[in-house]
Design a protein around this ligand. Structure first.
Ligand code: HEC
Length: 244
């Protein structure tokens, strides 16, 4: 009986923790289904990450070398185009930002993003990056639909354009975001693709072995299929023997 009470307490705890995450945002989410087999997408995500995110956010468990190998990028190409600091190919993908200073500047230090798609979800990340909008009351002039009052500036604004929340007077749960025409260098579709690639890349980073596992899985299935044919033929041979 005691064990059961403890069990329910533990269950209740996890449910409530889950509830906290789930309740954090009521924003209507656009779906995001990662494609780990899509190497061009992962490569583009890697490129976007080192251009727009690594200045503030480390991937402290991920090495450039492993990333380049997994995504089919030769080391020289990676070093020349994707490593902007004096880091070496074998180094971890850490940010040069001083966490103490970052805390002073942004109010909160930019967290490591290695696990972000597991702690949140790929869908959460995609929608987070898409829903920055103008808000004069915030220190960086922007707020976020999915993560209210976040301390991060809108680093992709020149790609997406200037986004505003347009609400009717008195509307309480307004989620109508509109991009000012001509303010971004990408169309909405192109921007969505960029965010998809970036999210896809971070989904890969959260569990790099998943890529190997999926590829291995295909070979295992192929092997089983061949084995099935062989054992079937063998079984027929045996049956012939038995009949004679
Ligand atoms: C100028 C620094 C800076 C840059 C560049 C930057 N961020 Fe951030 N980011 C922050 C800060 C600061 C926070 C913490 C905000 C808070 O907790 O209020 C944050 C928070 C986040 C979070 C929320 C993490 C969580 O679970 O709480 C995500 C996700 C994120 N950033 C993704 C990105 C991505 C992807 C990029 C690249 C496109 C990026 N950031 C670029 C400063 C930055």
């Amino acid at each position: 009986m005691k064990a059961r009470t403890l069990g329910s307490a533990v269950l209740a705890f996890f449910l409530s923790v889950g509830g906290v995450w789930a309740a954090e945002s009521n924003w209507p989410m656009q779906p995001m289904d990662p494609e780990l087999e899509n190497l061009p997408s992962l490569q583009n995500g890697f490129k976007l990450y080192v251009n727009y995110c690594i200045g503030c956010h480390s991937l402290q468990y991920q090495r450039y070398e492993r990333t380049a190998d997994d995504l089919g990028i030769p080391h020289e190409v990676a070093l020349e185009n994707l490593v902007f600091t004096d880091q070496k190919i074998g180094d971890l993908m850490t940010s040069a930002m001083d966490p103490e200073k970052a805390k002073q500047w942004f109010g909160a230090p930019p967290p490591d993003l290695t696990m972000v798609t597991r702690v949140r979800s790929p869908e959460w990340l995609f929608n987070y990056l898409k829903t920055f909008y103008l808000d004069d009351t915030r220190p960086f002039g922007v707020n976020n639909g999915v993560f209210a009052n976040v301390g991060m500036p809108n680093v992709l604004m020149h790609l997406q354009g200037v986004q505003e929340l347009q609400c009717d007077a008195g509307e309480e749960t307004c989620t109508n975001l509109v991009v000012r025409a001509g303010t971004g260098s990408l169309s909405e579709e192109e921007f969505d693709t960029a965010l998809f690639d970036l999210t896809n890349f971070l989904h890969y980073v959260a569990e790099p072995d998943r890529l190997t596992r999926q590829r291995l899985g295909v070979w295992v299935l192929l092997f089983l299929a061949v084995l099935f044919v062989v054992t079937n033929l063998l079984a027929r041979e045996y049956q012939k023997e038995v009949k004679h």
